[in-house]
Design a protein around this ligand. Structure first.
Ligand code: CP
Length: 313
C-alpha cells in the first residue's frame, strides 16, 4: 500500500478532520524530526525564509515554546505576538488582525484562543496556514498528536490498547483531540470522571464512559490524567478538592491496582496533589516529560508538512 507523503490541506484545526493516513504521516514525520532535534546541532534549512507567528490569547509554556523550538530547528523565522500588547486590546477584531498579519508576508499563524472555533474562523478568512494550538473546550490537536506519538513509542501501536482519559472531560480540549485520534487508530478509549464532568453524548465520539476509576484502572494500558481546570469550570462540579482527589486522583494506592507496565501521562501543567500525586507524577511509569520532548518533534513535523515539505520515506 502506498503511504501518503504530504498533507493536502492548508490548516491543522483538529484531529476530528484528519484521516488515519494523515495522522500516520504526521507521526512518521515526527519520528524523523525527533532524530533531527537530537543531533548535536539540531538545525536543517528546510523552512529557511518562512515566517511564522504565534498568537496566543491564553497562557502557555509547553505549546508555544515547543513551536518556537520546532520553527528554529527548521530554520524558519518565528515571532511571538503578545495579545496583551497587541491592538486586540484596542478592540481590533480577529479577522482584521489576521488579515493584517497576513499582508506582512506571514506564512503561518499558530493560534490559541479561549473560544472554540476561533482558529477555524481565522483559517477561513486567511490564505496562510493556521494551526490550532488549543481552542476553548474544542480541540488541542498538537497535544493529541504528541500524546499518540508517545503512546506508540512506548507500546508500538495503540490498536486494541485500553486508554483511560481521567478527569474534567467537559472542559478538556486535550480529551477531545485524544478521543478523535485514538479511536481512529483503533484504541479502546474510556473517559473516567464524575458525572458532572462528563458531557452528554461523548459516546458518539467513540469513547466509553465510566465513573469508576478503581474498576477501569485494572486492565488499562495508558492512563492520561487531565488537569482540573480551575480557571474554566466555575463552581460546584465536585464537593471538594480532597474528595475529587480521593475518587479520581492517581495516587500510589490506586496505582497498585494497575498493570505493572501501565503508562501514566499528563498534558501539563500538573496540579500536584489534585489529579495526580508527586509520587506518581515523578514515578517510574510516567512519561510526562517525554510527552513534552515529543511535542517539539510533532510540531516540527506539522510545520514541515504544512509549509510545503514532503515525507521521503
Ligand atoms: N499542554 C499544554 O498545552 O501546555 P501549555 O498550556 O503550557 O502549552
Amino acid at each position: 500500500m502506498n503511504k501518503v507523503k504530504s498533507l493536502n490541506r492548508k490548516d491543522l484545526l483538529g484531529l476530528k478532520d484528519l484521516s488515519v493516513d494523515e495522522i500516520k504521516l504526521i507521526l512518521r514525520t515526527a519520528r524523523s524530526m525527533k532524530e533531527v532535534a537530537a543531533r548535536p546541532i539540531p538545525k536543517v534549512p528546510t523552512l529557511l525564509g518562512k515566517h511564522i507567528i504565534t498568537f496566543f490569547f491564553e497562557a502557555s509554556t509547553r505549546t508555544r515554546t515547543s513551536f518556537n523550538m520546532a520553527a528554529k530547528i527548521l530554520s524558519a523565522n518565528i515571532t511571538n505576538v503578545a495579545v496583551s500588547s497587541s491592538s486586540v486590546v484596542k478592540g481590533e477584531n480577529l479577522i482584521d488582525t489576521i488579515k493584517n498579519l497576513e499582508v506582512m508576508g506571514v506564512d503561518a499563524i499558530i493560534m490559541r484562543h479561549s473560544m472554540a472555533g476561533a482558529p477555524h474562523l481565522a483559517a477561513k478568512n486567511s490564505k496562510v496556514v493556521v494551526i490550532n494550538a488549543g481552542d476553548g473546550f474544542n480541540e488541542h490537536p498538537t497535544q493529541g498528536l504528541l500524546d499518540i506519538f508517545t503512546m506508540k513509542e512506548k507500546k508500538g501501536s495503540v490498536r486494541g490498547k485500553k486508554v483511560l482519559i481521567v478527569g474534567d472531560i467537559s472542559h478538556s480540549r486535550v480529551a477531545r483531540s485524544n478521543i478523535w485520534g485514538l479511536t481512529k487508530l483503533g484504541a479502546k478509549v474510556v473517559v473516567v470522571g464524575p458525572p458532572t464532568m462528563i458531557p452528554e453524548g461523548i459516546e458518539k465520539m467513540g469513547a466509553r464512559v465510566s465513573y469508576d476509576f478503581d474498576k477501569e484502572i485494572v486492565d488499562a494500558d495508558f492512563i492520561n490524567m487531565l488537569r482540573i481546570q480551575m480557571e474554566r469550570q466555575g463552581k460546584g462540579l465536585f464537593p471538594s478538592i480532597e474528595e475529587y482527589a480521593q475518587l479520581y486522583g492517581l495516587n500510589a494506592e490506586r496505582m497498585k491496582k494497575a498493570k505493572p507496565d501501565v503508562v501514566v501521562m499528563h498534558p501539563g501543567p500538573i496540579n500536584r496533589g489534585v489529579e495526580i500525586t508527586s509520587e506518581i507524577a515523578d514515578g517510574l511509569n510516567n512519561v510526562i516529560l517525554e510527552q513534552v520532548t515529543n511535542g517539539v518533534a510533532v510540531r516540527a513535523a506539522l510545520l514541515f508538512l504544512l509549509l510545503g515539505g514532503k515525507n521521503s520515506d
